[in-house]
Design a protein around this ligand. Structure first.
Ligand code: SF4
Length: 344
């Protein structure tokens, strides 16, 4: 990094730096609450008396979230150990059968699932991590067997299916997919965004001003996901005065969470990085401008991770105290200790 050639206002820079520290503390305090398939935490609840402890979840993510573990099969009374089960029949309405004795547990598990998701209504969850491939917990491509014993990967676990129907806004993922860096970064970004969104309702009565401010802080983050959602949400916020605060929230929240589901790509990040740089590039020396441009290009060409240009941009936002950018969630969407942007 080159030596700064321009004069900066020390007090403003200190303020920006303080704001960044506060953001980091705020992120640590935010602690999203996640439902989780209990076997992923190392509890011996699997059909064979074992577990599927996931080290990323238990050792890396755990300090930053609060878990709410659920094992649907044990809670439904099937005991441990128990005979292994699989899904069979119609992938849209599968049966849950034991593999060897063909005992049908569909009704018991469906009834349990309906009851448990009702209970979870008051649990204030911000996300859920399900065990992949499980006939109860799997979300994607769970095997469903035909009468002839042929598997097709088209099903969803009985409990996870009931959960997703009851909570369409809550981000869900499988532990297997979380080993993919962009999916991991996206999921963790979404759970922190959802927590932040719900915080608007917790500490004070929801106001239109709070929603407008929320939108302003998330603008660049939204742009890395979907331009069309960004514009639609912008139009909604522009007409905020026409709605009651509750009505505005019920329109804004689902659209906002939908936007975040759309994959952020390198190209979209580059576009946002260039927008951010546009806010302060006239305050940089020619050497600094060239260095920043090259750093963004390197990221564009997959030579460096997103963390590299972002670190440089955050440095300038801090020392130049760029007012509009200091509060942008895009710069600090999740705890830095997770180092998620070192891998995307
Ligand atoms: S996958 Fe789900 S049902 Fe199976 S052991 Fe884990 S938590 Fe229990």
């Amino acid at each position: 990094m080159t030596t700064r050639l321009i004069t900066i206002d020390d007090a403003q820079a200190r303020n920006a730096s303080r704001k960044e520290e506060l953001t980091a503390t705020h992120l640590r305090d935010l602690k999203p609450r996640l439902g989780i398939s209990q076997c992923l935490l190392g509890d011996t609840v699997r059909y064979d008396g074992g577990h599927k402890r996931d080290v990323f979840l238990t050792d890396v993510l755990a300090p930053f979230v609060e878990w709410l573990p659920v094992c649907p099969e044990v809670e439904a009374g099937l005991g441990t150990p128990r005979e292994a089960m699989h899904l069979a029949g119609d992938p849209d309405a599968p049966q849950l059968l034991t593999i060897h004795t063909h005992i049908d547990h569909t009704t018991a598990l469906r009834a349990f699932s309906q009851h448990r998701v009702q209970e979870l209504q008051v649990s204030d969850l911000d996300g859920y991590i399900f065990k992949k491939s499980s006939p109860s917990c799997g979300v994607y491509r769970v095997k469903v067997y035909t009468e002839k014993g042929q598997p097709s990967k088209q099903g969803t676990g009985i409990f996870s299916s009931a959960f997703q129907q009851a909570f369409p806004l809550i981000p869900v993922e499988e532990e297997g997919r979380l080993s993919d860096a962009p999916i991991r970064e996206n999921f963790i970004e979404r759970i922190f965004c959802y927590r932040r969104w719900k915080t608007l309702f917790e500490h004070h009565r929801i106001s239109r001003g709070a929603i407008v401010q929320f939108h302003t802080r998330h603008k660049y983050l939204l742009l890395t996901h979907s331009q069309s959602h960004y514009h639609e949400l912008g139009r909604l916020i522009a007409k905020a005065g026409q709605y009651t605060p509750g009505d505005l929230a019920s329109r804004y929240g689902p659209l906002f969470m939908d936007a975040l589901k759309i994959k952020a790509t390198v190209r979209k990040h580059v576009n946002v990085l260039q927008h951010l740089a546009g806010h302060f590039k006239n305050q940089l020396s020619p050497v600094e401008r060239a260095e920043l441009k090259e750093t963004i290009q390197d990221y564009h060409q997959h030579l460096t991770p997103l963390a590299v240009p972002l670190t440089l941009i955050k440095h300038y936002v801090r020392i130049l105290a760029v007012p509009y950018l200091v509060d942008q969630v895009y710069l600090n969407p999740h705890p830095k200790e997770l180092m998620l942007r070192n891998h995307v």
